[in-house]
Design a protein around this ligand. Structure first.
Ligand SMILES: C[S@@+](CC[C@H](N)C(=O)[O-])C[C@H]1O[C@@H](n2cnc3c(N)ncnc32)[C@H](O)[C@@H]1O
Length: 328
């Protein structure tokens, strides 16, 4: 893979067709396609809200890693000198962890040249010390023992050979170095999220056909483009994870102190229909009042998940799985 991050903004029908049987090509096309609008689509920002979210996920992954209830990699281990992100996208996780004081120097990597370009642009505008390369997680183009920390957010489920990626992560980590992956779908969580999303899309796009609600309907060309994107999305989403299987995979690759943590149950049951509704209607309809309502409701439900449902429900029911471990 060339290391020149030249973007490919729009896939042709022929490319989409070829990508149906090639998940890596699909990933490049789909994420190149999305790169310039990705932050807006997923409400990604580089401010207190997303810094809190990113550092919160990092703490959640590391904090529960000790049988005695102590955080194995707590705030006292920060800052990590040099961290690399796999499948960085626009830099959401790594850049916000850097701004939150978790990491000093960063390297972004992604299979999509468009994403690497946007991540480097974001890092530059934030004044962060970041370099970047186009890279496949199954063959990371860095020397052995290069990094103190490797992170990833919502990337493992796109990688065809996840055990190979874990072996590569352990190779490029320094001895004692840590990895943290967050934002991966659990098997059960993905099932209910997908069904809720499909139902919400169907309901919204049909109800907004009513003449009285035509102002809530996105132009057909945009809905068609979303459907083409959804066709690629079905190819790029390769895995869902059982937390125990994911732990075993990391251990088999040679990791130590491995622990998977899950989160978001009520928050996911609320969040997936909301996110799908937001994607199905014109952006100008989503007022700041609506966005604040949705965000605050999600925060309250996350609190409920952490403080009540976690004690009652098995970990496999939650939507997100996070995993950490170290190189011996
Ligand atoms: C769902 S996006 C997440 C992006 C970012 N981490 C975030 O949370 O906003 C997944 C990213 O992983 C990248 N990716 C997919 N397969 C990959 C692979 N084999 N190696 C490296 N990156 C990959 C995609 O190009 C995409 O940018």
């Amino acid at each position: 893979m060339a290391s020149d991050p030249a973007p490919n903004p729009h896939a042709t029908e022929a490319e989409v067709e070829a990508a149906r049987s090639d998940p890596k090509l699909a990933n490049v096309l789909y994420h190149d396609w999305e790169a310039d609008t990705y932050d807006e689509k997923w409400s990604i920002s580089y401010d207190e809200r997303c810094i809190d979210y990113a550092t919160g996920r990092f703490r959640a992954a590391c904090g529960a890693n000790d049988k005695h209830g102590r955080a194995v990699a707590g705030d006292e281990d920060w800052p990590y000198e040099h961290a690399m992100e796999l499948g960085s996208g626009t830099g959401f996780f790594l850049l916000n962890l850097m701004s939150g004081g978790v990491i000093k120097k960063g390297s972004v990597t992604d299979l999509s040249p468009g994403m690497v370009r946007v991540a480097l642009r974001n890092a530059q505008s934030l004044g962060l010390d970041v370099d970047g390369r186009v890279a496949d997680a199954e063959r990371i183009p860095y020397d052995d023992n290069s990094f103190d920390l490797v992170v990833g957010h919502a990337v493992l489920h796109h990688i065809p050979d996840v055990p190979a990626a874990f072996r590569e992560v352990l190779r490029v980590l320094k001895p004692g170095g840590r990895f943290v992956f967050a934002g991966e779908p659990t098997k059960i969580g993905d099932t209910y999220a997908r069904k809720l999303g499909q139902f919400t899309w169907w309901l919204t796009t049909n109800v907004t056909k009513l003449p009285a609600l035509s102002g809530w309907r996105r132009p057909q060309s945009e809905l068609d483009e979303s459907s083409r994107a959804a066709a690629l999305e079905a190819v790029v989403d390769l895995h869902t994870f059982d937390p125990t299987d994911l732990e075993r995979m990391a251990r088999d690759a040679g990791a130590a102190q491995v622990h998977a943590h899950t989160e978001e149950l009520a928050a996911a049951l609320f969040g997936w229909p909301v996110r799908t509704f937001e994607a199905a209607v014109p952006q100008e309809r989503l007022t700041m009042g609506w966005r604040m309502f949705a965000y605050k409701a999600w925060l309250r439900l996350s609190w409920l998940d952490e403080n009540v449902l976690r004690k009652l429900a098995p970990r496999d029911l939650f939507y997100n799985v996070l995993i950490t471990g170290t190189k011996p």
